[in-house]
Design a protein around this ligand. Structure first.
Ligand SMILES: C[S@@+](CC[C@H](N)C(=O)[O-])C[C@H]1O[C@@H](n2cnc3c(N)ncnc32)[C@H](O)[C@@H]1O
Length: 407
């Protein structure tokens, strides 16, 4: 894949359709794009909440009026990367996976298998960046016999990790370290092969910057939480993205993260009710104030819903210092809230088409940054999206070190 070309295509396409993916049906009763595409809007608005739920993770499989299919097709084409996924071929001691939730363990084993297959220089020392208990690093160290350094901020996780590594008699250091603190960075050396599974925004951006600054020979990174960064606007990493048309806000950065495979049924039901009640509040406040403007609704604990919709809405009104005329029927208002939730979720499917392309734009910024710094870079999928929607893997190897290896 030519990263520069793909980045430019994505940048132009995302900038052209910015009005479609930045519109937020939850806060706007009518999105501006609905005037331009009335048939599509009417089709989406006519569907149920269950239909929206089923389509959420695969909006490209729907058949609504145009331009939906056309956009879905481009989104799919622009986000194609090699599929490196394969089931783990090795057997592992039970102790290595004890206490690790099934899905997490499957991510770890696939990450370990793919990165060992793709990293071409011989490993000398693993570093697990934001390691938690170091499960990924320990598996790699156990498989390859190399020493391991785990960098993790929470001391308790490090002590647990130490005990686990000792049980395998590994040469492992689990260091209490804040990876964002400059005093941590000199720990990295040219000897290191870095791995990071689901390190959040600023944490994995710092990993890339410090890998370059300290001349680390190679790394494998599966990024996540692109929106957890310092500042309210996105600071591009590569020179190429610095010149891009897209200028992203923190809010924009949250879009790729709005895909979930993890929420259980109970959590989803509670989340839906809370959303429907907020939308009911929104209708109530707009209509009684005769002012068609969204008022933010702060997140509320689960207990806020135990006393029914009337108390829930009155508390939100109180939060905004409003004394609103009560509706004739709270039950009717609640019904309308649920109806609006169905419409919102279906309209959001259009936004959903841009989730993966925006993630790809961000991933390519990281890939280009590493290329510009003299690394050979590949990107691909390390596991199926059912295991985690954050399934992109970036492999980077210092070109000068690769040359020495091939001599
Ligand atoms: C999403 S978890 C990933 C853990 C592990 N890589 C995994 O996949 O199971 C992120 C980890 O980063 C750690 N972390 C967060 N901020 C950190 C910082 N500034 N320095 C070091 N570790 C940090 C957290 O304590 C947590 O263990």
């Amino acid at each position: 894949m030519n990263f520069v070309e793909r980045f430019q295509q994505l940048d132009a396409w995302l900038a052209e359709h910015q009005a479609l993916w930045q519109a937020k049906p939850f806060t706007q009763r009518q999105c501006a794009w609905e005037n331009q595409w009335p048939e599509l809007a009417a089709w989406l608005r006519s569907r149920t909440l269950e239909q929206a739920e089923r389509a959420h993770n695969q909006p490209h499989l729907l058949h609504p009026p145009e331009p939906f299919a056309q956009l879905a097709q481009t989104a799919t084409a622009l986000t194609q990367v090699p599929d490196w996924t394969s089931s783990p071929t090795a057997d592992f001691p039970e102790l290595l996976q004890r206490h690790i939730p099934g899905r997490k363990w499957q991510q770890i084993t696939r990450f370990a298998q793919v990165s060992q297959a793709r990293l071409r220089q011989p490993v000398r020392h693993w570093v697990d960046w934001c390691a938690g208990k170091g499960h990924l690093g320990r598996l790699l160290a156990w498989q390859t016999g190399n020493p391991l350094l785990c960098l993790e901020q929470i001391a308790r996780l490090n002590r647990d990790g130490e005990m686990l590594s000792q049980q395998f008699q590994l040469t492992a250091t689990h260091q209490d370290a804040d990876v964002l603190a400059p005093e941590t960075w000199p720990l990295l050396t040219t000897e290191h092969s870095l791995v990071a599974l689901h390190a959040c925004g600023q944490l994995h951006m710092t990993l890339l910057q410090q890998a370059v600054a300290n001349g680390c020979s190679q790394l494998a990174l599966a990024p996540c939480c692109y929106n957890r960064v310092e500042g309210q606007t996105y600071a591009a990493m590569s020179a190429m993205a610095g010149k891009a048309q897209l200028k992203l806000s923190k809010d924009d950065l949250a879009l790729p993260m709005q895909e979930s495979v993890t929420a259980g049924q109970r959590t989803r039901r509670l989340r839906d009710r809370s959303m429907a009640w907020r939308l009911a509040f929104d209708l109530w406040q707009r209509e009684t104030r005769n002012h068609d403007v969204y008022l933010p609704t702060p997140s509320r604990p689960e207990s806020a819903m135990t006393n029914g919709i009337a108390v829930f809405c009155r508390e939100l009104a109180g939060h905004h210092g409003l004394d609103l005329l009560e509706p004739a029927s709270w039950a009717d208002l609640e019904k309308r809230g649920w109806q609006r939730l169905a419409e919102v979720r279906n309209l959001e499917l259009l936004r959903g088409l841009f989730r993966r392309p925006l993630e790809m734009w961000l991933l390519l910024d990281r890939a280009l940054f590493m290329q510009e710094a003299g690394y050979q870079v590949e990107i691909g999928l390390f596991c199926p999206s059912e295991l985690t929607p954050r399934n992109f893997l970036l492999i980077a190897e210092k070109r000068s070190a690769l040359l020495i290896t091939s001599l």
